[in-house]
Design a protein around this ligand. Structure first.
Ligand code: ZN
Length: 287
């Protein structure tokens, strides 16, 4: 399958994360990945016209400015006809003013999103809650290991994963809001209300971390995990992406978004309830 990775504008470290995304996808043996980098923030976007047709998957490792209207239209045609989208972490900040895109990714954060963007989504008592109360969208707690709860064990992406697994130190997003239609929240993480966050304190709710969204004939895999600092020093370890839980769920989510099913086995080094598991540089384990 063919994947197109788009990047170029973000205060996150996309120069470090994009090569890892490409490596993670290509090591499945399922994908070849082309990369297209747009100009910096504020530059003219009229010439940015990715050829979505011919790809099975579009991956966003990006933030920043709107695309041009013709590019938006081409993207919607691609998704509506059955194309796949995968996005992680900071890319949920993209395109707050584009209703269809927000529907495709389910929920987003920042970009001056408020309750007008849609409800907050979280998990309580065995189901997804859509909370229409007021508030800004997007907050995070920093650099804690977080236990992830699998919520839909029969979904192709989560089939065979442990019920609980420990994710490496990451920025954990919460208070994301959006249309929230046709969203399967397939994994969550509890955000402790005693922990200080970027804008206050944790939510005290089980927040979505892995989501699978259907939009017309297309599919979107949305993971909130995978923070990489901007302005990354050469010796920075992207520990959030080196987590085998991040790697394997991203590989599985991308396969599902592209094809509607998952054929990959859960790796033997997947993290357990109480122990993280990492791969330096996201290299595949030598078998
Ligand atoms: Zn981040």
């Amino acid at each position: 399958m063919k994947a197109l990775l788009l990047n170029g504008q973000s205060h996150h470290g996309w120069l470090a994360s994009s090569p890892l995304v490409k490596k993670i996808l290509e090591q499945t043996g399922l994908f070849s990945v082309d990369v297209m980098t747009r100009g910096p923030k504020g530059s003219d976007m009229t010439g940015f016209r990715p050829e979505f047709d011919g790809y099975d998957l579009v991956v966003l490792d990006d933030g920043g400015d709107p695309w041009s209207e013709p590019t938006n239209e081409a993207f919607l045609e691609y998704i509506s006809a059955g194309g796949g989208l995968a996005l992680f972490h900071h890319s949920c900040q993209l395109f707050p003013q584009w209703p269809e895109f927000n529907e495709i990714m389910g929920v987003g954060g920042w970009g001056r999103r408020t309750e007008k963007a849609g409800p907050r989504l979280y998990w309580r008592d065995g189901t997804v809650v859509r909370d229409h109360g007021p508030g800004n969208a997007g907050d995070h707690i920093d650099w804690l290991e977080n236990q992830i709860d699998t919520r839909e064990p029969d979904h192709p992406i989560t089939r065979g994963l442990p019920e609980k697994w420990l994710h490496t130190s990451d920025e954990l997003y919460f208070n994301l809001r959006g249309p929230g239609k046709n969203v399967d929240v397939i994994a969550t993480a509890y955000v402790d209300p005693k922990v200080e966050s970027h804008s206050g304190y944790g939510s005290g709710e089980h927040e979505p971390v892995l989501m699978a969204i259907q939009y017309e004939k297309g599919r979107c895999f949305h993971t909130t995990l995978g923070h990489v600092d901007g302005g990354v020093p050469a010796d920075h370890r992207p520990v959030a992406m080196e987590c085998v839980g991040f790697i394997a769920t991203f590989q599985r989510g991308c396969e599902w978004a592209a094809s509607g099913d998952v054929t990959q086995a859960v790796p033997g080094d997947f993290p357990t309830e109480n122990a993280v598991s990492t791969r330096a540089g996201c290299e595949a384990p030598s078998s």
